[in-house]
Design a protein around this ligand. Structure first.
Ligand code: AMP
Length: 341
């Protein structure tokens, strides 16, 4: 007889998401993904993964992989993720991922994969390493998600297209072999998906590009101030109703993530009245950012050296993820007619 708690757990909807261990996590990872992980862990059955296999598509050198994996785990936990409430695991610890990836690859077409925006970006960035793993990245990502039959995927805006592809693969599978998978959806509590912009007015914050335009969760207070004070501005609007240029819009966008509402209102009004002083705006943003990031950094610094704890987190996560993956793959093999005995 199931206990109330077990029945409750059985009813919870399933959530899956992952982050690649390709460097230090940043404000974009936090607001695009981790903030929702932390909220969702209270209400859903959650699988959050360090996507180490994905990182091999662009980072084939594995010398720093272990320390990067430990960093992603520690940084997630420092942001409030509780490994007892979720499955926090490493992708390579769930071998069924590779099996499902193989099956889904038979339903993914070269043309659609080549059209993927992230593939085209990566081809531009690394013309010397256009490997098949890179091309089929959205297939592996779909396998990660549906391996747990997840319905919701908390991600930033850059992942919207991948989720659409995952739904296509799911529909093709279900149509051909029977209804095994729910259609996964990108999730941000009924809000638009987020893109945290870089401080240089171009593109988004990212782990590996543009380090001075990206605020990392581990940056020290002075570095945070320095990066923000260097953000591009101009001499300010001269006529009311002047639209904000992108680089100013971005500073306000960052302020909306960490500053109090009255503070934002004041600077919006100053902008509208053409009396805004960008030096003051950036100082205010820098101080609010320091207040936001420094407690996270301190937690990272206490968790990261505890290798024994991080190993235990990985083991515990692998156990939960393997249980769920095993159950799904039984259904998949059955549906596909691959169970011969
Ligand atoms: P990645 O760092 O590419 O492995 O992405 C991990 C998660 O962070 C994904 O859900 C991304 O959508 C999210 N993410 C990464 N960069 C940003 C950004 N600049 N703004 C919003 N979300 C982001």
């Amino acid at each position: 007889m199931a206990t109330d708690q077990q029945q409750q757990a059985a009813k919870r909807e399933i959530v899956m998401s992952g982050i690649r261990p390709t460097g230090f996590l940043h404000l974009g990872n936090y607001f695009g993904a981790i903030r929702n992980y932390v909220k969702m862990q209270e209400e859903f059955e959650c699988y959050f993964m360090v996507a180490d296999l994905h990182s091999l598509t662009t980072h084939p050198d594995t010398k720093e992989l272990r320390s990067n994996v430990e960093r992603v785990l520690a940084e997630n936990i420092a942001c409030g993720l509780d490994p007892d409430k979720v499955a926090l695991y490493c992708q390579s610890h769930v071998p069924e991922t590779a099996e499902l990836y193989l099956y889904l690859n038979m339903m993914a077409y070269k043309g659609e994969l080549e059209k993927t925006t992230t593939f085209k970006d990566k081809v531009r960035q690394h013309p010397e390493n256009i490997n098949a793993g890179l091309l089929t990245y959205p297939v592996l990502q779909a396998a990660d998600i549906i391996l747990h039959r997840a319905k919701y995927v908390p991600v930033g805006k850059d992942q919207e297209q991948h989720l659409e592809m995952a739904r296509n693969f799911v529909n093709r599978f279900n149509h051909r072999y029977g209804d095994v998978f729910p259609e996964p959806q990108a999730f941000n509590y009924n809000l638009e998906l987020i893109k945290v912009p870089g401080l240089d007015g171009k593109g988004k914050m990212s782990k590996s590009e543009n380090q001075m335009a990206t605020l990392y969760l581990s940056d020290d207070d002075d570095l945070i101030r320095k990066k923000i004070m260097k953000a591009k501005t101009d001499s300010g609007p001269t006529a009311p109703g002047t639209p904000k240029p992108d680089y100013i819009e971005n500073i306000f966008a960052l302020m909306k993530l960490v500053s109090a509402e009255e503070v934002i209102k004041k600077y919006e009004a100053d902008y509208d009245n053409c009396i805004i002083r960008y030096g003051d705006l950036k100082k205010q943003l820098a101080e609010d950012m320091v207040l936001f990031l420094s407690p996270i950094r301190e937690k990272i610094n206490t968790i990261l050296p505890d290798k024994k704890y991080l190993k235990q987190v990985m083991e515990q996560g692998a156990e939960k993820a393997n249980k769920s993956a095993g159950a799904t793959m039984n259904l998949v093999r059955e549906a596909m007619g691959l169970k011969y005995f």
